[in-house]
Design a protein around this ligand. Structure first.
Ligand SMILES: *Cc1c(COP(=O)(O)O)cnc(C)c1O
Length: 496
């Protein structure tokens, strides 16, 4: 299995075949594109039958070995077994089994169709990002140990991604995490989750500024190629291929648990922001998993909903990007979307490159086929199963109340966006699986607004705000930041 960039000319792809391990620690391809397999591995009906009885960890192994062909199978099996355990994913609801890793819960089964919730948020940070990030931590540690190398992860977070990365990398040999966050701007719960980590390889840096200041500092450091190479700086953002492929597993799991025969189809609704999660669903479908619809659910930041309704992709300016009560979906552009567009234009890398150049120069592109548009491929979107919808604050409140009243469980705001949109796409005979992307405890303010009571906290999180916190406060000063990193990485310590 080898990987190509969505922007590579065929000549350059042929010259530089990349294996899974080559792209594991990286982000963007050098040409600015995203990596994808040269061909999608296919699954047979016999494989699906055999996989129905597997544990989550064994299923993950079966799927990953199709993509990570350069990792010895015994090693891969050990890595998935270590990652997908009931101990790591222990925050399942009291009436659900943690051993299931991503338990399914039927919410309703009526004339309109069957609505199922798949819990992806039972990992250490109570959000679905743990599903991939926990595996990434173990894969990184494995790959670095093999090459006797080390990696300093440097990133900025306003919440979910940073904490998922820290919990995945804590205590891992050869890895340090330097995570910037806007000082005193995250929720008390999120702050406590990150800053209470006492592991010596985790460095929380609270920047006196807003999230954009943090991101600007990450860009400034990343653009200093000499510093980056010298201090082995890397990232773990959502375009990382291994993260996407780890997410493919739970689509298979959801399908296998919701059906009894491969003749059946299911649909998935995915609360979406950067298109990383649902991109994994698209890949599962391309591999032959019998998925009918892939429903993209957005909040008020409806860049993706607009595209899937009209064929127009228009990224938003900062002033047009709303701060909502489902904040992990507050995006101005969708960083993984290029992976689907590449497919949509027939894997034409030159076309893909031109379209995304136009995003930089003109703020978007138009594939609607209208006079003056950039193409007419929007007409092919339906063949990939994609449909969409959006949800706003009032919808979230109503949905959280209805789900609580009707089924006795509290869902988080992002999942509420998913349920609201899923209900608009129910079809008899095709179960609709909504991915639960966070637990309600993480977004308690809105739960309080909707229900008048606090969200239930999983065991162990009761007094998290009272734990001692370990972090430094720093001005938004790039030189000071570089000095801080340099003092703590071994390149500086061993320098003559
Ligand atoms: C990251 C996140 C999302 C959006 O996922 P994408 O892969 O960016 O589409 C949705 N919900 C929650 C809770 C998240 O943390």
């Amino acid at each position: 299995m080898h990987y190509v960039s969505t922007r590579a000319t065929s000549a350059s792809a042929a010259r530089n075949p990349h294996g899974f391990s080559d792209i594991l620690l990286g982000g963007l391809a050098p040409d600015g594109g995203l990596y994808l397999p040269a061909d999608y591995p296919q699954v047979t009906g016999a494989e699906l039958d055999a996989w129905r009885s597997l544990s989550y960890a064994d299923l993950a192994y079966e799927i990953l070995r199709k993509f990570a062909t350069d990792i010895p199978e015994a090693d891969l099996k050990a890595l998935t077994a270590k990652t997908y355990t009931a101990e790591v994913y222990r925050n399942a609801r009291a009436d659900e089994s943690a051993a299931e890793i991503t338990p399914l819960r039927v919410l309703e089964e009526g004339a309109k169709g069957k609505l199922i919730l798949q819990g992806l948020s039972n990992g250490p940070t109570l959000a679905f990002k743990d599903m991939a990030m926990q595996l990434l931590g173990n894969l990184f540690e494995y790959a670095l140990a093999k090459n006797n190398d080390e990696l300093n992860i440097f990133g900025a977070t306003s919440g979910d991604t940073g904490s998922a990365a820290e919990y995945a990398m804590r205590g891992k040999r050869g890895i340090r995490v330097f995570m910037l966050s806007p000082h005193a701007k995250m929720s008390a719960f999120q702050t406590a989750q990150m800053f209470s980590l006492q592991d010596p390889n985790i460095f929380n840096i609270a920047v006196e500024g807003v999230f954009d200041d943090c991101q600007d500092m990450v860009k400034a450091v990343s653009n200093d190629l000499e510093f980056k190479a010298r201090h082995k700086i890397g990232t773990v953002n959502s375009i990382n291929w291994a993260r996407v492929v780890a997410q493919v597993v739970y689509y298979f799991r959801g399908y296998l648990k919701a059906t009894t025969s491969n003749e059946q189809k299911v649909s998935f609704t995915v609360p979406s922001g950067n298109f990383g999660n649902i991109c994994a669903g698209h890949i599962a479908r391309m591999m032959g998993l019998p998925i009918d619809k892939l429903v993209v659910a957005t909040n008020e930041n409806n860049v993706l909903d607009e595209f899937f309704r009209t064929g127009v992709y228009r990224v938003r300016k900062p002033a047009e990007t709303f701060h909502t009560s489902s904040p992990s979906m507050d995006i101005s552009k969708a960083s993984n979307f290029e992976r689907f567009v590449y497919e949509l234009v027939g894997r034409d890398a030159d076309r893909t490159h031109a379209l995304f150049r136009k995003v930089d120069t003109h703020g978007g592109f138009d594939l609607s086929g209208a006079p003056g548009s950039d193409g007419d491929e929007f007409k092919r979107v339906a063949a990939y199963g994609f449909v969409s919808g959006c949800s706003k604050h009032e919808d979230r409140l109503n949905t959280i109340r209805e789900v609580f009243d009707d089924y006795g469980i509290t869902i988080d705001t992002h999942t509420a966006d998913g349920i609201k949109v899923a209900r608009e796409h129910l079809a008899p005979g095709v179960p609709m699986i909504v991915l639960e992307t966070a637990l309600a405890a993480k977004f308690n303010e809105t739960i309080l607004e909707a229900l008048g009571t606090d969200a239930e906290r999983p065991a162990g999180f009761e007094n998290i705000e009272a734990l001692p916190q370990r972090f430094v406060v720093m001005k938004a000063d790039v030189a000071q930041m570089k000095a801080y990193i340099a003092e703590r990485t071994s390149a500086e310590r061993t320098a003559p």
